[in-house]
Write a protein that binds this ligand. Structure first.
Ligand code: UT7
Length: 329
């Protein structure tokens, strides 16, 4: 490995205009603001309109991140888009983003459920350590509400749409990902699945009639899995980095459910005032949740350059990933 590092130098988010509150959902299906708030902490979510697409939200957020980093399209050497809800199964949405940005570089999409952004950031960091890349754009984006059955209260109240990007730039001073871990357990594939639309169950009248084109989730089992891996993953990356819990300025967990985050705070004994939560505003935006939270943490002054952070995510697969990282000075 050469002595290069990848530091986050820009960030930007793009979320749909439309806000859907718990009250609005409760006026349409058998749920209530009280149930959603008590069980998840969610108060509202953003939902795309017909004019908003995955590629466009990703592009808008990337443009903002580039502007903040002071990086032009010809200075980008790679684009990694983490999403499970691209415009099309093929072509990859990452190439659509590359074209929209006017970049002349490689691009690929990573499909790792809600773990996507952390996996993509770890990947970008490893590319950076080769010293061959000047700037890499990492995007987390989802238009997951188009995969949801709006009559299924088990899922539709949980999810929201959005995008956020970071620019990771080549640095000579130590920064970037300090330690990381990734996990996968495909035995839990059925716990969070979109049964139709891939090649195993291609769309058909039959699959549509039986609702196989909608996201299915075993909430209780995913909850159990999430609470198990969150604390363990945080402990592991802290240990590998040699940092203590108090060395970390901000923890950003995947924003799926405030109760899962509170559980992780308890089991891993984290300082609650340094754990970022914004699930009440956006619901679960899957691969976009951690970068959206990062953007808001920057804007609110909860993090600043030079700070040390922990990201931890879990989701479909089942998958999980975590990293410690340091922002460049
Ligand atoms: O990004 C990773 C993906 N997903 C997650 O992280 C989700 C993980 N799981 C969860 O967050 C929670 O399991 C949920 C929020 C999905 C559900 O909370 P829960 O406390 O585990 O509730 P439950 O599934 O055990 O359901 C309790 C009751 C059920 O009624 P009965 O069977 O006790 O009569 C449900 O039918 O709540 C009912 N219920 C609802 N009631 C009102 C389920 N959804 C709703 C709803 N409104 N939206």
């Amino acid at each position: 490995m050469s002595n290069y590092y990848g530091g986050i130098t820009g960030y930007g988010k793009a979320v749909p205009e439309r806000v859907v509150t718990n009250e609005e959902l409760a006026s349409k299906i058998d749920t209530s603001d009280q149930w959603i708030t008590e069980r998840t902490g969610i108060k509202q979510r953003r939902v795309v309109g017909d004019h908003e697409q995955c590629s466009q939200l990703a592009t808008d957020s990337a443009r903002k991140a580039m502007e903040r980093a002071g990086v032009s399209a010809d200075e980008i050497d790679l684009i990694i888009v983490a999403t499970s809800s691209p415009d099309f199964l093929t072509p990859p949405v990452s190439s659509m983003v590359q074209h929209n940005l006017g970049a002349k570089c490689g691009a690929f999409t990573m499909v790792v459920g809600c773990t996507g952004f952390v996996s993509a950031l770890i990947t970008a960091d490893l590319y950076m350590k080769t010293g061959q890349y000047r700037n890499i754009i990492v995007v987390g984006v989802e238009v997951i509400t188009r995969m949801v059955d709006w009559e299924d209260r088990n899922t539709c109240v949980l999810f929201g749409d959005g995008a956020a990007s970071v620019v990771v730039s080549r640095k000579k001073e130590p920064c970037g990902v300090l330690s990381h871990m990734m996990g996968s357990d495909g035995s839990g594939a059925e716990l969070l699945i979109l049964p139709s639309g891939g090649t195993k169950v291609p769309p058909s009248h039959e699959s549509l009639d039986s609702g196989q084109n909608y996201l299915k989730m075993n909430g209780r089992e995913v909850f159990k899995f999430a609470t198990k891996v969150m604390g363990q993953s945080i402990e592991k990356v802290l240990e590998d980095s040699g940092l203590s819990k108090d060395d970390i300025d901000l923890y950003i967990p995947h924003q799926a459910n405030a109760r899962i985050i509170e559980f992780a705070i308890k089991t891993a004994d984290l300082p609650a005032d340094r754990v970022y939560i914004n699930v009440h505003k956006y619901g679960n935006t899957s691969a976009a949740s951690i970068p959206i939270a990062l953007c808001e943490a920057f804007d609110e002054g909860r993090v600043k350059m030079g700070d040390k952070m922990v990201f931890v995510a879990f989701g479909a697969g089942l998958t999980w990933a975590a990293c410690t990282l340091q922002l460049p000075e």
